[in-house]
Design a protein around this ligand. Sequence first.
Ligand code: AMP
Ligand code: MG
Length: 337
Amino acid sequence: MKKKTVVILTILYMFFLGACSASGDSQVPATTDNPLSKTGEALNTSISISLYDSKDESILNGCFELIKKYEKMFSRTDPDSEIYALNEKGRADLSPETYELLMLGLKYSDQTGGRFNIVIEPLTSLWNFSSDSPKVPSETDIKEAIKHLDYTNIAMNEEGQKTRVALGDKDSGVDLGAIAKGYIADKVKEYLLEKGVKSALINLGGNVLLVGGKPDGSDFTVGLQNPFGDRNDYKEIVKAKDVSIVTSGTYERNFTENGKTYHHILNPATGYPYDNGLVAVSIISPTSVEGDALSTSCFVLGLEEGMKLIDSLPDVHAVFVTEDGKYHYSKDYPYNK
Ligand code: AMP
Ligand code: MG
């Protein structure tokens, strides 16, 4: 059975939006105590944006339009998207944003020795975790799909404003799913700052980005989902301003077949979900694209290598949860004091 869980929700957000997380867009009028919020479905998940220092609904609508614009560019399943065109035809002219995101995906693919793999699309399409009734693919299909995951087999050509990309292997394909939400969250933040908003909370399906702090200058409070608990069961609390908090977890998207649970972060070497003892990795970082890329990268690297990577980066903190229920914190982790 498909389980699409919002990984992280702010406690404050739950407080006043608990009753209106229905499907479709909905707006909650601002009161003196509450922010102005809008929830909806996009990017294959639940989205919510809350403005704490503005009552301008057109700004919220602008955020949702921006999210939909980027979804239309980055989606691997929307036949009108740039990535769909690239995967279908094997070549495409990409917009600067899609190109930038692909480059970033290639950087993390390199950095993880291909365990994070930006051309994982043949495998993710085969498993199709976002379908209504995902199934374990046949061994033959898996073996075939993993032959087409060479991320170094991409040709790039920049000509003025145009960036032309070609897949060396026509059966290969780009999947930006591991980094797109973070990138889009950063773009929404940029837009909010341009509009003069200084206190807001962006939640793209658990990819949380804080704009400033609360209007009184205090921290926002964000709960990290307990990977072993029910939805909205928070084990760890992060109090912070102006940071991104992103989690990659086995419980985000998964299904169970013949008593075994399969999750959505796939090992390009085997064609099956990673089975390395990790159940969740949360990254707290200045930008959300970095947090999103790192959460998936650390997940695929495993506890030891992933933690080493985080400890080498300034201003980035992490919480790794292993299947024995233990929590592991990066060096000088400041949020559990
Ligand atoms: P996240 O939830 O950010 O960790 O990203 C998971 C998503 O990234 C999946 O739903 C796939 O779209 C994609 N993905 C799955 N496995 C990999 C992988 N090994 N490398 C890069 N992207 C992946
Ligand atoms: Mg990610």
